[in-house]
Write a protein that binds this ligand. Sequence first.
Ligand code: UD1
Ligand code: CA
Length: 462
Amino acid sequence: MAHAVVILAAGLGTRMKSKLPKVLHPLLGKPLVGYCIDAAFQSGAERVVVVVGHGAEQVRQAFASHPRLVFVEQKEQLGTAHALAQAEAVLADFPGPIVVTQGDTPLTRPETLKGLVEVLRREQAGMALLTMRLPDPTGYGRIVRDEKGEILRNVEQKDARPEELAIQEINPGVYCFDASLWAMLRRVDNQNAAGEYYLPDLIQIYRAAGQKVASLEAKDPEELLGVNSRAQLAQVEAVLLGRLRAHWMAQGVRMVLPETVYLEPSVELAPDVVLWPGVVLRGQTRLGEGVEVGAYAVLTDTTVEPYAKVKSHSVCEGAYIEQGADAGPFARLRPGAYLEQEAHVGNFVEVKNARLGRRAKAGHLAYLGDAEVGEESNIGAGVITANYDGVRKHKTTIGKRAFVGSNSVLIAPVTLGDGAFVAGGSAINQDVPAEALAIARERQRNIEGYRRRREQETSGAG
Ligand code: UD1
Ligand code: CA
């Protein structure tokens, strides 16, 4: 019989000083409680229940598309035991072990949850809990044992006597129970310093019922870091980033100053990728073998094929860059930007919903929106596709080997044939046939002797 997992996530999170419920604060782009949910499913849980309260609707909505996830609401936050009791409504008939974790502890590994289930089974205990030894136990519940080493109870910091405060073994807040849990929970009272229903009081209650309480000592304190403040959120984020960087470096990625590289768990990297300092990789970003990303480039949901380059300070979102193409420095690729093989986009070029064919180039200061640029075409500096008439967007189509002179505006909808030329400074609002030259600007006039005449006029006036 597989186990169920209940995640307690109804608390307010006052110390975050935020309008956002604590468990929705993003950790590498994913809400805090999302990590607990993933760990629960990865531990092999048959059912996962989240107890929500503060910001309940927001939390539900954040995971609305998650199959197999069940929410129950704790309307008033009367303590962790009261929170857990809300899950009885959906788990009353669940026969297997029930694991309980806290939604603000995102680094707990699935193996740890499984380990606790195994301890419960092996020792035929009614309850099992994780414990941990900390040099500084401040803030946590302390584990009180008898002289034989049996766990007697947990005492909260607020309720502890001085000799209990000195205990270094603490309660990290991860538990496992047999199916008698719901009956036991009814015996928890709120006679304590906080006036709350304390979940760890189940230790005495199980013992009083003649059942065994087992424990498993966690060895990696990082796993149990809780998030109660912004500083702890940053600390947990640093741990996760450290794990991700180490993982990708082991897979053959080169990071220059790795501690400056930000990347999310959803990102995928191939061997020989090179990341210069300050690179930010977010969402569904995928970098192929040998891709180089320059300093301070930001890539979101972007695919870069092998041996392509994104140079420093470029910002790419929802872009696709084929093999051997390059963008930047200071390129801006917006959703739908597509660079075919060996295409080149240089500094201060913005590309949106536009495709550049093989070896096409837009070297400097251009805007290509809703456009198609044929292979080997050249887009001069300052070229703008005027794609918006104030109401609708229109398309610009440029054939192969076309040449668009600097500072031209292509007023869409408009089509330039293969091999067409546009003279610099033109405003093009009619199609240009293949191989033709379009000049759409005032013809230049030179006025001979202008300076001499002007000087005569000004001296006459004085
Ligand atoms: C709790 C434990 C403490 C342990 C510590 C580990 C209790 C009484 N104390 O203290 O022994 O060392 O965790 O981190 O359990 N929650 C609800 N509803 C409530 C109260 C809390 O859902 O009414 C949720 C919170 O959202 C949070 C979790 O339960 O995710 C823990 O609550 P919190 O108030 O942070 O407990 P701690 O004081 O950390
Ligand atoms: Ca906590």
